[in-house]
Write a protein that binds this ligand. Structure first.
Ligand SMILES: [Fe+2]
Length: 335
């Protein structure tokens, strides 16, 4: 689908030459769309990440699945298709430095490769902080306002290499990726293939353009809550229509999370902070349980989540910034 509005494509070099104008445009894009494409972002090492992804996913299953994704969101994710996605992923969670030390990576990820992953994560982190400084200023705060809540401590930011494999024919009952919102603050999607669809400002599906050298940026739930939803956490999916089923699609995706203890505070220019009685730790736990309860048939992370508070669960469901219980394609039920 086309949209009657112009999708925002912004040049990050303006961050240093025209901070005020750039941050205003960034805020407007995030307010209207919740998504934008950033060129000139300067994150280095993308081609190497894509090479590593392609080498790793070509390994035999027993080597890839040596360590399965755990609650730190580290490990291989994709032994079988789920109703949520037809993909395989290699995920690197943990706070800064954690990829070097974790025991939950397949042996193939030796120390040199782990360092490259750390370096790439570090470049993405710096970009995420720069973007959030623009939002902070537009919300009438100091540039560094969000930095204190995003220190890349627990739970840490996640880099995920994702392959949506080609098929001879379109599988039934499985999307490339079901519609959802992201959980943390900001997500970066580096990809050179079409297929990502988002809800446009008129709430219709819109095919995101592919801009060479550009990174797709979207706002996630936590940052949306912080801004009283003036920054939008937008539903998105990857469909079968815009990319031939016989073509592989690879994404390198970076998820920025607030610190576990950060209180998701409603914040805007007019009013003072109103604590929403929910920390990011609580929010993450509930969202994980909601999501993995629906994919327990295909996931191996579902069983080890702790019990959570019923009141907090109802609060998350009532927020309606997220797939807080209902998706178009299937209902999420907490077992
Ligand atoms: Fe997403």
């Amino acid at each position: 689908m086309e949209s009657s509005r112009e999708f925002p494509i912004l040049d990050f070099s303006r961050y240093s030459t025209d901070f005020d104008g750039f941050s205003k445009d960034l805020f407007a894009a995030s307010n209207e769309w919740g998504f934008f494409i950033l060129t000139g972002h300067g994150v280095e090492g993308l081609e190497r990440m894509r090479d590593l992804a392609s080498q790793f996913f070509d390994l035999p299953m027993e080597e890839k699945a040596e360590k399965i994704i755990d609650r730190t969101l580290t490990g291989y994710d994709g032994k079988k298709l789920t109703t949520f996605a037809a993909s395989e992923g290699m995920s690197f969670g943990h706070p800064a430095g954690g990829v070097l030390k974790t025991e939950n990576l397949p042996t193939w990820w030796d120390s040199a490769k782990r360092q490259e992953v750390e370096d790439f994560k570090s470049g993405c982190y710096d970009l995420s902080i720069a973007i959030m400084s623009c939002f902070a200023v537009q919300m009438g705060r100091d540039r560094s306002y969000f930095t204190q809540f995003h220190q890349h401590k627990e739970p840490g930011n996640v880099l995920k290499l994702i392959k949506y494999p080609r098929f001879k024919e379109r599988p039934t009952g499985v999307p490339r990726l079901s519609e959802h919102t992201d959980w943390g603050s900001i997500t970066f999607v580096f990809t050179d293939k079409a297929g990502l669809e988002i809800r446009d400002p008129d709430d219709r599906w819109f095919d995101l353009p592919v801009v060479p050298g550009g990174v797709v940026v979207n706002i996630a739930d936590a940052l949306s809550l912080w801004s009283k939803k003036s920054l939008k956490s937008t539903m998105h999916r990857i469909g079968w229509n815009n990319l031939d089923v016989t073509t592989d699609r690879t994404s390198v995706v970076y998820f920025t999370h607030p610190n576990n203890g950060a209180v998701l505070t409603k914040l805007d220019k007019e009013s003072s902070d109103e604590p929403l009685e929910l920390t990011y730790r609580d929010y993450l736990k509930i969202r994980s349980a909601l999501t993995y309860a629906s994919t327990r048939d295909g996931g191996e992370t579902g069983d080890d989540f702790e019990a959570f508070d019923e009141t907090a669960l109802n609060l998350v469901k009532s927020l309606r910034v997220a797939n807080s219980g209902v998706l178009e394609s299937h209902r999420l039920e907490v077992a």
